[in-house]
Design a protein around this ligand. Structure first.
Ligand code: IPM
Ligand code: MN
Length: 388
């Protein structure tokens, strides 16, 4: 029986495969609700979506953010081209329009941390041939509220040969400090999990010399973008003093891309700016088995009254939309991240998160070679949960 909190969830399938992966995820969450493992009330919303835009000329109602503010959490499938790509007459809007709600929700609720774990689960596709790539287990934390995504700037002398475009990047000390401190907290947590045998141990190089059981790697491009790169580096050094057990490392973003491929097992917690974190997490997704299993979350770690938003790293995949082909595991693992987040206040949700993650892992381990539909994968995971 659930003795925890009653959670109100806004469920937004969105566009494209968002509908299919969300349906599979709800099948799984229904099992957890039916078994009273956790008390979830899921309210499905038809917006934001391209379909809503087709009807009403906007991606969501003008008071959309206020409506979403009432919920504890938001589960979002995907936004973007709804597909199918084979239909040249489908209704599509530009990326700037269809994806704007994503950025509005992140900024509107100050969901400043985007956490994207990349652990290669058994049965997931291992893209790198090196056997050590089996041990990939990193957490990339991306700044989610400022940086390159502030949408400041404009265009001058439009359409003339003298046209100028500016795109300003904004980095605040406050935003940097909370992000970096959060990364250290996460590394500390992972260190504790290792000491309890809940996470595999490894020795990570420490830039100060020696090795450490946990590490935070700061990514910048401070050799070419020194203003914010130096701010990040200074704050990193200051905050690190509070965490003497955690190893320190810095990579330039281009070198980080190279090393994610060359030796990804050498990374633990990685902290990066909004855009650099965005790019690194597509790469990290492949290291963990591909977009079909890459989960994500957008949270405000110091204000839990803000509805956190849980959306997988993938997009609307218009090339396969409507074919019941998309792997729903990324969305299901993202729902497990949501339960983890709830678990801070509700021990039932924490247990449900672990059960759900194990069910996905068990299913992956047995089913990776099978050609299955989205619906079948959702049902298979639901069955594992029912029998556990
Ligand atoms: C992501 C996506 C978005 C981003 C796009 C769709 C705006 O790529 O969530 O990673 O860049 O944040
Ligand atoms: Mn992205």
């Amino acid at each position: 029986m659930s003795n925890g909190k009653k959670w109100q969830i806004a469920v937004i399938p969105g566009d494209g495969i968002g509908h299919e992966v969300m349906a599979a995820t709800l099948t799984v969450l229904d099992v957890l609700s039916a078994e009273k493992a956790v008390d979830l009330t899921c309210n499905e919303l038809p917006w934001p979506s391209t379909a809503w835009h087709q009807k009403y000329g906007e991606m969501m109602p003008a008071d959309g953010l206020q409506q979403l503010r009432q919920y504890d959490a938001i589960l979002l499938g995907a936004l973007g081209d709804p597909g199918p790509k084979s239909d040249p007459n489908r209704y599509v809007v530009t990326d700037g329009i269809s994806l704007a709600p994503l950025l509005e929700i992140r900024k509107g609720f100050d969901l400043w941390a985007c956490e994207r774990p990349a652990r290669l689960l058994e049965g997931a596709r291992q893209y790198l041939a090196d056997p050590r790539a089996k041990g990939v287990d990193m957490l990339v934390i991306r700044e989610n509220s400022e940086g390159e995504y502030v949408n400041q700037g404009g265009r001058l002398h439009c359409g003339t040969p003298f046209e100028i475009a500016t795109q300003v990047e904004v980095f605040s000390r406050h935003g940097t400090e909370r992000l970096i401190r959060h990364a250290f907290h996460r590394a500390q947590q992972r260190l504790e999990e290792r000491s309890l045998g809940l996470r595999s141990t490894r020795a990570f190089p420490d830039d100060r010399g020696g090795q450490s059981q946990a590490q935070v790697c700061l990514v910048t491009k401070r050799n070419a973008l020194p203003h914010w790169g130096e701010l990040y580096s200074e704050v990193f050094a200051e905050v690190a003093l509070e965490f003497p057990d955690i190893g320190l490392h810095h990579e330039l973003v281009d070198a980080a891309c190279m090393k994610f491929v060359q030796c990804p097992w050498q990374f633990d917690v990685v902290v990066a700016s909004n855009l650099q974190g965005d790019i690194l997490t597509d790469l990290a997704a492949v290291l963990s088995g591909g977009m079909g299993v890459a989960s994500s979350c957008n949270i405000n770690p110091d204000d839990r009254t803000m509805p956190a938003m849980f959306e997988p790293t993938h997009g609307s995949a218009p090339d396969i939309a409507g074919e019941d082909k998309a792997d729903p595991r990324a969305m299901i693992l993202t729902a497990a991240n949501m339960l983890d987040w709830m678990g801070k206040e509700d021990s039932n949700a924490a247990a449900a998160a672990n059960n759900l993650r194990h069910a996905v892992e068990q299913d992956l381990a047995i089913a990776h070679e099978l050609e299955r539909t989205t619906t079948e994968t959702g049902r298979a995971i639901a069955r594992i949960l029912q029998s556990s």
